[in-house]
Structures are given as structure tokens and as C-alpha cells.
Design a binder for this molecule. Structure first.
Ligand code: S3P
Length: 443
């Protein structure tokens, strides 16, 4: 980020009303671009707005030979075919995108190329050993920075070896990195998932004609992909991102008199943990016009102001709402009673240490927060406004989802909040402030 920091103040507002379309789902978008880049022929992808993360994946695929063109939220991608990635000329900079970095390192790991991947300061702090270990087993060779971090060099295996791998942690990124590598690996790669994580890779690969079979054994998901099969170009529509929809949705729940509909949101059950927890807290949320969009379930989600009650958030829901804990903590801060969430260790390895960043910010807003290694308990205000009479300065820790969560907290505050820097929001939801303003009373 070369421009100066962008501090912004978010103040309490009158009722939020109206409808909006959340940006195209980032997880599905990365996968659509990757499958299209590996397919034979020209694919068309619609509904994929450019965020920082999506732009990074598109640039990286272009550096390895795919031809991508964009007209607004519509893309055309001319693929290289499985096995056809070219040696990139320079270092591949994945910016802030952990998903893009891990999936593309997986893709490179089974091609005869040597590629150097790096990212911004946040991404360079994040662990890559979780993909280096399984990708090493398929025969790829890595030189990583200390602690198994970026920048790292991957030298792809030739030929790659199909592996059987039981995921040691629930991670769609690790699963998908292995699936990306499996595309150009002879034989059948087998992944066992003890706790199901988001399954967009499996769905997207099936859409593009990959030889993929998903089953269950002793209560665990088993995914088998047979490699070296062609992918065929497709026309794919990307649904709205539930992880972005979460912000205006929680805003509607906590601002008196609000009634907001967010259209065309992906409601794949591996992504709806937040909505389920909010319903349990007493939120008035309804799914309308539920339908299928190219293999993913979508709905228009209507949210109305609600009195929320505290809840015990079960640990097993973590993989289904992993990116939504920061905004859940905001909802918990307004709820009546003590909300406790457990099994949150992974939050410390996201774009920032999200457990720490949210605890610090909510304490600054006068909320009682109990912090533990991998747990957080919040005693809510029972509907009373947060903070004091003046705008409270808050640190977004350079993290898009912390910045947006705290901005929403500002709408339910007494005197507002001033976020130190809103630039990171461009990573996933560049139109966030504009969308929120359009729902506001003066719009
Ligand atoms: C993602 C998986 C999750 C999530 C991330 C997107 C994906 O990460 O936090 O924002 O698209 O596969 P983990 O795989 O580390 O849980």
C-alpha cells in the first residue's frame, strides 16, 4: 500500500433500509479463475468484482501463461490446459491473499517450473508449512523464508506423486492446494477431511469436468481426484460473498428500525455458520428466493433489527464461520449476556491476529472481554450504545475484516469510532463504505 493511510469515522446512523448485492464470493472467484486458467478453451466468469485478492490471483495466472480479460465484473479466461503452466518471468506477488498464494503454490508444485511467491507484510507473516509439508510429499521442492514463510521458491515435481493425506487441521486452503497439485499428478490423490471445510474447490473442479469423487468413510469426508485429465472451459456465474454480506447484515440487526435485503448471497452450508449462530441469538434473518447458481446454493437474505441474546458458540462450527468471528464479536457486544466462542486458535494466523485485534478494540469501546489462548468471552451491552460521547480511535491491524467489523460497531456506538486505516478493505470489499452509505437514512 503506497498511498497514505485512510482514517475514517463511522457514526451512529438512522435506520438502514433497502437492498444491495454483495461482491462476488472471493473463495469461489479464486477457484473459478484457477479452473478456467487450467482448462482447454475460453471460459466466461460473471459476477466477479475486482478486489485486491482477486486481482492478485488473476495477475499470477497471467504470469504463468493464462490470458485473462476483464469487462467490469465479467471475465474471459483462455486457459493453458492441465500441465501447461509456463515458467513465470519474475517474482509472483500475491499481495494480501492467503488463499491465492496457497492454491497457486499448489498448482505450481506439479508443473516443471520454478516460481518465487511473495506477498505483503501480513501475508509474509502467515505460515506456509501447512502446504509445504503435503506438497513436499508429492515431490515438490521448497526453499522458504525462516518459519516456513514467504517469500518462498517452489520447484515443481516431475512427475508428481499421488498422495493420501489426512488433513491435520480443518483448512480449505490446504485441501485446495493439494487438489490444485493433484490436477497434474498421475493417478489418484486422496484427501481425508476429519472436519468438513468449505467445499468450493470440489464443486468448481466438478463443474469444469475434473475426475473428482467426494464420499464419506467412518464419518469423515474423503475426496479423490484423478489427475492428468483435461478440464473443459465453462461459463460460470459467481454468487455474492456471505463473508462480505455479513457486514451490512449485522449492521441491519444492530441498528434500530433497519430492514435490509442482501441479494444473491451464497448459502453453501459450509459458509453459513454465522447466520446459524445469529438465528440462535434471536436475529430476524430470512432466506428468500433460494435457488441454485452453477452448483452453489444462493438466496436473498433479509435482516431486520433484532434484540440479540448471548449464545455459547460451539467449537465445531468454527470451520463454517472462520472469517466471520470478528463481526460475530460485534453482534455479541450489543447482545444481552455473555457470549463465549471456543476453538479460535486459527484466528491468530489470519490477515492479523484477529483474536487480539478484536479484543483490544472492543475493550476500547468499553466492552468486558475475557481473553484466553483460543477462546474469547464477551459480555454484551444489552442493546446500549458502545463507547463514549466522542469518537473512539480504533486500530484495524491492517486487516480488511477487522476494519469492516469495527466500522459496523461504530453504527451502534454513542459518539462513533475512528478507524486508523480503511485501505485494507479493498482486499475483499472495495464498495463497502458506498454500499453502507446507500442503505443510510440520507441515501
Ligand atoms: C479460504 C479458507 C479459509 C478462510 C479464507 C478463505 C478459502 O482459510 O479463512 O479466508 O477460500 O479456501 P483456512 O483454509 O486457512 O481455514
Amino acid at each position: 500500500m503506497s498511498e497514505p493511510a485512510d482514517p475514517q469515522t463511522f457514526r451512529p446512523t438512522g435506520p438502514l433500509r433497502g437492498s444491495l448485492r454483495a461482491p462476488g464470493d472471493k473463495s469461489i472467484g479464486h477457484r473459478a479463475l484457477i479452473c478456467a486458467a487450467m482448462a482447454v478453451g475460453e471460459s466466461r466468469i460473471s459476477g466477479l468484482d475486482v478486489s485486491g485478492d482477486i486481482a492478485a490471483t488473476a495477475r499470477a495466472l497471467a504470469a504463468m501463461g493464462a490470458v485473462l480479460k476483464r469487462h467490469g465484473a465479467d471475465w474471459s479466461v483462455h486457459g493453458v490446459g492441465v500441465g501447461g503452466l509456463l515458467q513465470p518471468a519474475g517474482v509472483i506477488d500475491m499481495g494480501n491473499s492467503g488463499t491465492g498464494a496457497r492454491l497457486l503454490i499448489g498448482l505450481a508444485a506439479s508443473h516443471t517450473i520454478e516460481a518465487v511467491f511473495t506477498g505483503d507484510a501480513s501475508l509474509r507473516r502467515r505460515p506456509m508449512d501447512r502446504i509445504i509439508e503435503p506438497l513436499g510429499r508429492i515431490g515438490a521442492d521448497f526453499t522458504a523464508s525462516p518459519g516456513g514463510r514467504l517469500p518462498l521458491t517452489v520447484r515443481g515435481a516431475m512427475p508428481a506423486m499421488p498422495i493420501g493425506y489426512r488433513l491435520p487441521l480443518p483448512s480449505a486452503q490446504v485441501k485446495s492446494a493439494i487438489l490444485c497439485a493433484a490436477l497434474n499428478t498421475p493417478g489418484t490423490t486422496r484427501i481425508v477431511e476429519p472436519e468438513p471445510s468449505r467445499d468450493h474447490s470440489e464443486r468448481m473442479l466438478a463443474c469444469f469436468g475434473a475426475e473428482i469423487v467426494v464420499g464419506e468413510e467412518k464419518g469423515e469426508r474423503v475426496i479423490e481426484l484423478t489427475g492428468e485429465a483435461d478440464l473443459t472451459a465453462q461459463d460460470i456465474a459467481i454468487p455474492g460473498d456471505p463473508s462480505s454480506a455479513a457486514f451490512p447484515l449485522v449492521a441491519a440487526l444492530i441498528v434500530q428500525g433497519s430492514d435490509v435485503t442482501i441479494e444473491n448471497v451464497c448459502i453453501n452450508p459450509t459458509r453459513t455458520g454465522l447466520f446459524d449462530v445469529l438465528l440462535e441469538m434471536g436475529a430476524d434473518i430470512t432466506y428468500e428466493n433460494t435457488r441454485d447458481l452453477d452448483g452453489e446454493a444462493v438466496a436473498d437474505i433479509r435482516a431486520r433489527h433484532s434484540s440479540l441474546n448471548a449464545v455459547d458458540v460451539p467449537p465445531e462450527i468454527a470451520p463454517r464461520m472462520i472469517d466471520e468471528y470478528p463481526i460475530l464479536f460485534v453482534a455479541a457486544s450489543i447482545a444481552e449476556g455473555r457470549t463465549e466462542a471456543r476453538a479460535l486458535g486459527e484466528l491468530r494466523y489470519k490477515e492479523s491476529d484477529r483474536l487480539e485485534a478484536m479484543a483490544i478494540a472492543l475493550e476500547a469501546l468499553g466492552i468486558a472481554v475475557e481473553r484466553f489462548d483460543d477462546r474469547l468471552a464477551i459480555t454484551g451491552s444489552g442493546g446500549n450504545p458502545l463507547g463514549g460521547p466522542e469518537a473512539v480511535p480504533l486500530d484495524a491491524a491492517g486487516d480488511h475484516r477487522i476494519a469492516m467489523s469495527l466500522a459496523i460497531a461504530g453504527l451502534a456506538s454513542r459518539g462513533g469510532v475512528t478507524i486508523d486505516d480503511m485501505r485494507p478493505v479493498a482486499t475483499s470489499y472495495p464498495a463497502f463504505a458506498a454500499d453502507l452509505a446507500a442503505l443510510g437514512p440520507e441515501a
